[in-house]
Design a protein around this ligand. Structure first.
Ligand code: EPU
Length: 331
């Protein structure tokens, strides 16, 4: 379907329009748009708009995949391989895995967005990243060339991948292939998961999914009620030397050791220490339950949210000497 001046879906709840909005249900339909010259520059491919901040209308073409389907391509006693359409809602896929008794995706329950975008962003939560489940990513580029990337070709890192690089933005993800385990195993060592699980008589996939949903719902705003894009900033990584200096001053500071010389500090803690939690600047605010999340209290513009983010970044730099960077893509 081709729409003109259509409102761009985005979980921040911003009122922004695209000059042209193209939606397709199959690879063939996308190929048709490529062949008939509908995809003129500038263009931008989006998922559910759950990790985007638009600072104004988009004067160009916005593309959105509605390719559906979860197809089992191989199965053994130990695991199952599935090929999933880029337009499948991420949490519908997780729910399907849990229902089928496939292990691995449950900690990623309730993350907003779609399967295609999950492979771009390398979404992660509670000790799991989607790269641990992906086997390959199928793409079509704007010239109509198909290419399949094996997971080790995708350059996955913390909230980052090959697909986020500028030179590869003309490539659209059509399907993502995953491997899930059929053997019972859980990732429980993050935060309060174990503690929450104690309230239930047994640990199984359904229970763990429910616990993750409960933890998320207690901290992260429901975009249908309060506009946001989840974590607005990435957690910064500092050297051990700077970490030691900071820890001397702030012994209660939480941290995760990535390796000997790289320590990750939760940006949410830094932001809270600077007094931002629950603070507003116009209609943009720092969420009162999780300082890493910026919210639209109603009627905020993208520019207002960017202004708040800049003010937060500046104060963290002044107090801690640390630069934090948005995880959200600012358009
Ligand atoms: N913290 C505070 N104050 C706050 C928020 C956090 O002091 O306002 C402290 C917490 O007490 C805890 C630490 O910071 O010690 C970490 O907080 P939390 O476990 O809530 O996780 P996070 O680092 O804030 C990351 C991801 C989330 C993911 C959670 C759980 C990033 C940018 N964010 O948040 O991902 O759900 O871990 O795994 O890596 C997202 O990317 O949109 C997202 C929500």
């Amino acid at each position: 379907m081709k729409y003109e001046l259509k409102k761009i879906p985005n979980t921040f709840g911003l009122d922004v329009k695209a000059t042209v909005f193209l939606e397709y249900d199959s690879v063939e339909e996308l190929e048709k748009y490529i062949a008939d010259g509908s995809i003129t520059s500038p263009f931008l491919h989006i998922g559910e708009g759950s990790n985007l901040l638009f600072t104004g209308d988009y004067e160009g073409v916005i593309l959105h995949s509605r390719i559906s389907g979860i197809e089992v391509t191989a199965e053994s006693e130990d695991d199952v391989q599935v090929r999933v359409g880029a337009g499948v809602v991420w949490d519908d896929f997780v729910e399907h895995c849990v229902k089928c008794g496939w292990y691995g995706a449950e900690n990623l329950s309730l993350i907003p967005g779609e399967v295609g975008a999950s492979a771009v962003q390398n979404i992660g939560a509670y000790g799991v990243e989607v790269k641990d489940l992906i086997t390959s990513v199928e793409t079509l580029d704007v010239k109509g060339m198909k290419r399949v990337f094996q997971v080790d070709e995708c350059d996955y890192a913390y909230r980052n991948s090959l697909f986020k690089r500028f030179e590869i933005k003309d490539m659209f993800i059509t399907y993502v292939c995953f491997r899930l385990s059929k053997k019972e195993h859980y990732t429980l060592d993050y935060g309060t998961i174990r503690q929450e699980l104690e309230k239930y008589p047994v640990i199984d996939l359904k229970t763990l999914r429910q616990v993750i949903i409960n933890i998320r719902e207690s901290k992260l705003p429901d975009p249908k009620v309060l506009g946001s894009a989840g974590s607005f900033f990435m957690n910064p990584v500092v050297t051990r030397a700077s970490f030691e200096v900071l820890r001397e001053q702030y012994p209660q500071m939480p941290f995760y050791e990535l390796d000997f010389d790289r320590i990750k500090i939760p940006a949410g803690w830094l932001i809270e220490q600077c007094g931002w939690k629950g603070k507003s600047m116009g209609a943009a605010a720092v969420h009162d339950k999780q300082a890493l999340v910026l919210v639209n209290k109603g009627g905020a513009t993208g520019a207002e949210i960017v202004a708040l983010s800049n003010a937060v970044r500046l104060s963290i730099h002044e107090r801690f000497g640390i630069n934090i960077h948005p995880e959200v893509n600012i358009i």
